[in-house]
Design a protein around this ligand. Structure first.
Ligand SMILES: C[S@@+](CC[C@H](N)C(=O)[O-])C[C@H]1O[C@@H](n2cnc3c(N)ncnc32)[C@H](O)[C@@H]1O
Length: 348
């Protein structure tokens, strides 16, 4: 439906898909994650409690999909088991993004018990040395053992779920390991004989990590990776690698709100990894712990935002400025940026 919603935003139905930050606690200090660079340490010790989580979810009566991740490691929120149980009761498709560094037998049991549908594994290397340099604090052998244990349990229980998907963030430190990923993923057999996809993703850049950015992946690396993917039967997705981002004119991320810690809603998770959370809070239309999302969604300001995101000849909504997932600069240069939430902009 995304192309239809982009063309006719009036037809967009009230969101049924959301991403909610479960915690900002993380035991890792990943080299390219904004979490590592937060100057205000209070950010890195926050959890959503069960009551607030339910309060947010209840604002989406037809919720059918949720990404329970955000910026931390979900298991560090002591209410996480209860959160999974609640989502399971509501029969909602559950997605988690995970390093697999903190999996235990009990946590794996919980995943099966609550029918977690999909886990996106963050794996940015094929060697212990590179992996531990990038994901500081994680342990390569532990992650490999945890993955093998989950796959063995899937086989023992005779289920293809949770479906595993692999995400590899491309940096100067791991670009040479890209071609070896298909063989590693094939050997791990993450989907028990079914195909696995590996998404290679360009860095969402901010000042502190610019030095790790790869402007252009060498062609021989791409060719070798495609060859290996064919040989080992894995699917490859190249996602805004080579710093080529699709235009905001074609962005449909606004259909799935991202809810930051404190209930603050923003349009897209690509905005978040900018190491600029206070700013994001300041332009958020509000916290869902104080306001109901329905009032935001059906309010005139937010409607104007939805009507302008994909319009080629309109200013870029303030909400989208600074997005690193989609290119806003061409439209910004031609038409500027506008805060559609303010009343004076009714002409837009
Ligand atoms: C912030 S992590 C949180 C989940 C979990 N702790 C993990 O390691 O997967 C969510 C995802 O963001 C990715 N990520 C972190 N920093 C990034 C950056 N600068 N650009 C693009 N993706 C990034 C991670 O690789 C991971 O796949």
């Amino acid at each position: 439906m995304d192309p239809i919603y982009m063309r006719y935003p009036n037809l967009t139905r009230y969101p049924r898909e959301i991403e909610v930050e479960i915690t900002t606690r993380c035991h890792l200090k990943c080299l390219v994650c904004e979490h590592t660079y937060w100057s205000d340490s209070k950010y890195s010790k926050q959890d959503i409690n069960y009551g607030d989580f339910v309060k947010i979810c209840e604002q989406f009566p037809k919720l059918s999909f949720i990404n329970v991740t955000g910026e931390g490691t979900c298991w560090l929120n002591k209410d996480f088991n209860k959160i999974l149980e609640y989502l399971h009761k509501r029969n909602i498709y559950i997605l988690m993004v995970e390093s697999f560094d903190l999996f235990t037998k009990e946590r794996v049991d919980k995943i099966f018990e609550t029918d977690v549908n999909r886990i996106e594994l963050s794996l940015d290397a094929t060697t212990k040395e590179t992996y531990e340099k990038l994901k500081v604090g994680a342990n390569w052998e532990r992650v490999m053992d945890n993955l093998k244990y989950l796959v063995a349990e899937k086989k023992r229980r005779g289920t293809p779920f949770p479906y595993l998907f692999v995400r590899f963030i491309v940096t100067s430190e791991n670009v040479n390991e890209i071609p070896a990923m298909p063989a590693l993923i094939h050997d791990l057999d993450l989907n028990c004989g079914r195909k696995v996809s590996i998404e290679f993703v360009g860095l969402l850049n901010f000042k502190e990590i610019e030095k790790y950015n790869v402007a252009c992946i060498p062609v021989d690396i791409i060719e070798q990776t495609q060859k290996n993917a064919k040989k080992f039967g894995v699917t490859i997705i190249w996602s805004h690698t080579n710093n080529n981002m699709y235009s905001i004119d074609y962005c449909a991320k606004w259909i799935q709100p991202y809810i930051m810690m404190g209930g603050y809603t923003v349009l897209d998770c690509a905005l978040v990894m900018a190491n600029n959370r206070e700013y994001l809070k300041s332009i958020s239309p509000g916290s869902l712990l104080e306001k109901n999302f329905k009032d935001i969604w059906y309010g005139n300001g937010y409607k104007r935002v939805r009507h302008s995101v994909n319009q080629k000849n309109k200013p870029v909504p303030l909400y989208c400025k600074g997005c690193r997932g989609a290119n806003t600069s061409c439209r910004e240069k031609k038409y500027g940026v506008h805060d559609y939430m303010v009343a004076e902009c009714s002409k837009y």
